[in-house]
Design a protein around this ligand. Structure first.
Ligand SMILES: Cc1ncc(COP(=O)(O)O)c(C=O)c1O
Length: 383
């Protein structure tokens, strides 16, 4: 483990000291540190590396690409159309229109803009202290106290509900939506950013019904939960929901390149058909497009959605021997018993994350049973 050096301090800004590992390589479910030590990666960059590291199929598709280095957003480029069709074909209803983005924040910004353009309302409803990105709008959605303290008070157009006491929260959300002045409710289907919280079916049923009645849109943020992470292609499928807008990034390329997208029901996408409604210089860069196409093919070929489901059941069963895990597929969280679980696990060679009293685990979807067993023993020793 390395200490931050003077050069890093001088030229590269960090809001807090870096994670102590200096990573020089990766393979499968492991990251390799400078001194050669291998770490079992149960974070995968926070739901990024769904397919595991160093997958030759994806690396080859990027390396052998002979197309243009760059295509301007306004030009015709057939691989964009191919990728858009591929994404829409994954959706249960195979119905959607894709907007190109570079990552999750931008995908959510597009969703918020589109929602306002669609119903001409300004307000948004979201879970307090969840996470949808780093732009001012995305930070306003969730109102994390230190952000308001440093960036100034966020607009009152952004309203929050709490991911606890579900009966009260459901009632509150329904009442707010029924005022008919909220443009959209935005949420992850399973709230990774609050330590993996699985909202009850009744919550989504009631809130989405209220949205439908009032022409309020439901934006489902699948940036972390998408692409098999929860044991389904998308987390909303667990609830039988039909989001108006879906946002994706992270597992969309499994980290092999930077890419995001906003997928809207076609009639809602129409509200953006005016000049300069959206523009992304690097949205769907040709190399990122190849990575995303190849990533989707790989997930299908290796049957990773089903494997995430099976592996998740096994991991939850093993964790249940000593704690109370919550989650779906390989999107799992549980209460931390003693502070410092993350650091103690890291010393034992396992990368996990703890936040606000919760431990979260996001292993690769094709993690081996032996790797799960190894991780479980490390967690058991260190929890
Ligand atoms: C649920 C969710 N939405 C949006 C984002 C923002 O994505 P990006 O960092 O690609 O802008 C994240 C990132 O962690 C996320 O977890």
């Amino acid at each position: 483990m390395n200490k931050i050096n003077a050069k890093t301090k001088e030229f590269l800004f960090r809001d807090s000291p870096p994670h102590p590992l200096e990573i020089i390589n990766s393979k499968g479910s492991y990251l390799v540190e400078k001194n050669g030590k291998k770490y079992l990666d149960f974070m995968m960059g926070w739901c990024v590396g769904n397919v595991g590291w160093k997958r030759e199929d994806i690396l080859k598709s990027i390396k052998k690409f002979k197309g243009p280095e760059y295509v301007s957003p306004t030009y015709i480029y057939r691989r964009w159309e191919h990728l858009a069709e591929k994404i829409v074909n994954i959706l249960p209803k195979r119905n959607g229109t894709c907007f190109r983005a570079t990552g999750g924040t931008e995908a959510n910004e597009i969703a918020l803009k589109m929602s306002r353009a669609y119903n001409k309302r300004k307000k948004f409803l979201a879970f307090k202290e969840a996470y949808h990105g780093q732009s001012i709008a995305c930070l306003s959605l969730v109102k994390i106290p230190q952000h308001e303290a440093h960036f100034g008070k966020f607009s009152k157009d952004y309203i929050q509900i709490y991911a606890k006491d579900w009966r009260k929260t459901t009632e509150e959300a329904e009442n707010l939506i029924k005022k008919r002045d909220i443009s959209a409710f935005i949420s992850e289907p399973i709230i990774c950013n609050l330590g993996v919280i699985v909202p009850p079916q009744d919550f989504f049923d009631a809130v989405i019904e209220a949205c439908k009645e009032t022409d309020t849109l439901f934006i489902c943020d699948e940036v972390a939960t998408g692409f098999g992470r929860t044991g389904k292609w998308f987390g909303f499928e667990h609830y039988g929901l039909e989001p108006d807008i879906i946002t994706i990034a992270k597992g969309f390329s499994s980290g092999y390149a930077a890419i995001g997208a906003t997928i809207a029901k076609p009639n809602i996408a129409e509200s953006m058909r005016f000049e300069f409604s959206n523009y992304s210089t690097f949205g769907w860069h040709p190399l990122s497009v190849e990575a995303a196409i190849s990533n989707i093919d790989y997930i299908r070929k290796e049957n990773l959605v089903d494997r995430a489901n099976e592996n998740g059941k096994y991991l939850i069963k093993r964790l249940s021997e000593f704690c109370e895990p919550e989650g779906k597929g390989l999107c799992i969280g549980f209460d931390e018993k003693r502070e410092g679980t993350e650091t103690r696990c890291l010393k034992d060679g396992l990368i996990i994350s703890s936040l606000e009293g919760r431990v979260v685990l996001f292993p690769p979807l094709n993690v081996l049973k032996t790797e799960i067993d190894k991780a479980v023993e490390i967690i058991r020793r260190n929890i």
